[in-house]
Design a binder for this molecule. Sequence first.
Ligand SMILES: [Zn+2]
Length: 363
Amino acid sequence: MSLSNLSLRCSACGETYETAWAWRCDCGAPLDFLADARPSRSAPDPREFDDRRGLWSFADFLPVGPHVTLGEGMTPLVDAPEWDAAFKLEYVFPTGSFKDRGATTTLSVATELGVEKVVEDSSGNAGAAIATYAARAGIDADIYVPASVKAAKLRAIERAGATPVRVEGSREDVTDACLEAVEDGDGWYASHAWNPAFFAGTATFAYEVAYQRGWSAPDAVVTPLGHGTLFLGAYRGFRALRDAGWIDEMPKLLGAQAAGYAPVAEELHGPTEGTNDVADGIQIRDPTRLDQILDAVDATDGDAIALTEDAVETELDRLHRRGFYTEPTCAVAPAALGEYRERGVLSDDDDVVVPLTGSGLKN
Ligand SMILES: [Zn+2]
């Protein structure tokens, strides 16, 4: 059997996987698609572009067809004058977070491969997204979550008919338990950290931003940064647009991490102080694609900084008071925006887009 457009390539050693899907390379590194889908046409007139299929309107850039969809994507890009930025409302998704971008493409790939059961480990949002899209696909799902998972996220997983597997201990312990299941052949790993299909999906964030701005990239994008699901997706998306000639310049990619869980910021700026347990969605000390994240920072003249619990709580209040009902983790990005301006990484006339990644309704 051939995987054809789903053939894989190791990002570290270059090994290819063209006859059977693998969740990671034999060398231990994450895999990516051997050839990324690219449009052969030039950028369509934005006034004539048909965006009625949501994120699947960008099929030219996607490795699969929309086998499993709930009408996701094309989230609003709105002015946020108090922040002197535009917010992309990524909480306007079927399960209330940007993770649906990756879930729709990942379950579409799973369907194409004839997968019967998927497994995923998550602090909540990715688990709810995978459980929901697995339900839509009629595929079984086991979702490994921390024992401390928020009740509303657990309920979303259970009500979709998936099996939550609660693991005591740290976020890393949850991943370890899930990887053991993957290695035992318990299911196909629909991971938002490992699976390249997930990143093909999160790249649609960039396609939408560029389209909504008449095929132009902003000067900078500030995103929460844990495993880099959105950060790397945005990087790949903007790079694909530039390579296809649909935009001219890449935006600066600026990451916002949680203090105490900030491997990228620490790599760039040294140790951080304190721990931020409010931003529970990005408590990742050992991101799977750390090298790729650092490359993306380097390639876009980007950066990553760590935010304290206080900064996130203050920002969350401010967001809620202005009508952006988001979850705490998502407040790291607008908090980082202020910090980047203070440090001079961004100037006042830089044009900035900030995704608001998750809904407050699940908290
Ligand atoms: Zn390898």
